[in-house]
Write a protein that binds this ligand. Structure first.
Ligand SMILES: *Cc1c(COP(=O)(O)O)cnc(C)c1O
Length: 369
């Protein structure tokens, strides 16, 4: 029986909302998107939530709204989905890769210190797989040099750090609602910020750069377009799905934590290196990622899972080894931690309602040799 890595938790609630949206005839950024934004803002106790078409669009607009551009450097952990570094390229800035700590898969503050230059304007802290980065040290270093902290919280809806939700730990947070994430709208994203000016800029940028029409504007008035923006509006159909997903988020997170606990118990005596969760953090378990002692052992286990029709894949890229390598020759021998993680990691299936026998089957296949 096929076991996917993740399966979205969708039901009649999503269908009912989509039906209502379609019946209304109002299909893009409308009342469902506004409700979805409010529910995310309330959930995170965050002042502003701004919906966009994807997590990547969120990262792009975050950097634009912070006026980061050509000549600027942005530090990005090497171990991340390529979107994090691509977004830096979108605005003409240069991504500078820093290493991660393999134990947590998140940015190593010591390597961040080495990556900083007079051109550095921002750090993107990636809460990879749903575990928050070491935000105290990152924020302290950023404050000393007046750098912006952007959270790539694509995996981290429901994660927290010292009791504070991911998405409220930096100047701006970026979430994704791709089907691989904690909740989904098919494609979709959200920016979060406490800064009124930043929120206003983000709302303009996602809507072609149009400034909002003041209440009571005459019927012949047109919006001003003070800057070049994009069409990154989420559809109300997606917003309708998102509203229903937010009603379920506590149940989804509880189930993911339960399944993660079962893997940790089943694999406790195995030679695998299990995901660490520092005491001051709550993990969303967007992905449950284990590390092997060698690439050969990882690849053999992946082959056994694939043969049993069980999906798995490496954690993610060590992005410094991709197309940026030439431009960063000086640092390409760096980020050994990220390289190790790409070469020895595996994401295990974590499917809502997954029976314990399936998890036991995965665990047995992982450790056959
Ligand atoms: C998924 C993901 C993104 C991109 O989100 P999309 O919605 O797919 O554009 C960015 N960064 C990280 C760490 C991710 O996991």
């Amino acid at each position: 029986m096929h076991i996917p890595i993740i399966r979205p938790v969708l039901g009649d609630e999503e269908l009912e909302n989509v039906r209502e949206c379609l019946a209304s005839g109002y299909l893009t950024q409308g009342k469902f998107v506004a409700r979805f934004e409010q529910s995310v803002a309330d959930y995170l106790t965050c002042r502003h939530a701004v919906a966009v078409t994807s997590g990547t669009a969120a990262l792009h607009l975050a950097l634009l709204a912070l006026s980061i551009g050509p000549g600027d450097e942005v530090v990005v952990p090497s171990l991340t989905w390529v979107a994090t570094a691509n977004a830096v390229s979108y605005v003409g800035a240069t991504p500078v890769f820093a290493d991660v700590r393999p134990e947590t898969f998140t940015l190593d503050p010591e390597d961040l210190a080495r990556a900083l230059t007079p051109q550095t304007r921002a750090v993107i802290a990636v809460h990879l797989f749903g575990l928050c980065a070491d935000m105290d040290e990152i924020r302290r270093m950023a404050a000393e040099r007046d750098l912006f902290v952007v959270e790539d919280a694509a995996c981290a809806l429901g994660s927290s750090y010292q009791g504070r939700p991911a998405g409220t730990l930096g100047h701006v947070g970026c979430f994704s609602f791709h089907p691989r994430k904690v909740i989904t709208t098919g494609e979709g994203g959200m920016l979060t910020t406490a800064d009124d000016g930043l929120a206003a800029a983000l709302r303009e940028l996602r809507n072609h750069g149009c400034s909002p029409m003041p209440a009571g504007s005459p019927p012949w008035a047109m919006p001003d377009v003070p800057r070049c923006g994009y069409n990154y509006r989420l559809t109300d159909i997606q917003g309708a799905v998102g509203c229903a997903q937010m009603e379920k988020i506590d149940a989804i997170l509880a189930e993911r934590a339960r399944l993660a606990g079962v893997y940790t118990e089943l694999l406790a005596a195995s030679p695998l290196i299990l995901p660490a969760v520092p005491d001051d953090r709550v993990h969303s378990w967007q992905s449950y990622v284990v590390r092997f002692r060698s690439t050969a052992a990882r690849n053999a286990a992946a082959e056994r899972l694939a043969a049993a029709d069980i999906e798995c894949r490496p954690g993610t890229h060590a992005a410094h080894r991709l197309r940026w390598q030439a431009a960063h020759a000086a640092r390409t021998d760096c980020c050994p931690g990220a390289a190790l993680c790409e070469d020895t990691s595996l994401v295990l299936p974590l499917v809502h309602g997954m029976p314990r026998e399936d998890q036991a089957r995965v665990a047995a296949l992982l450790c056959q040799d």
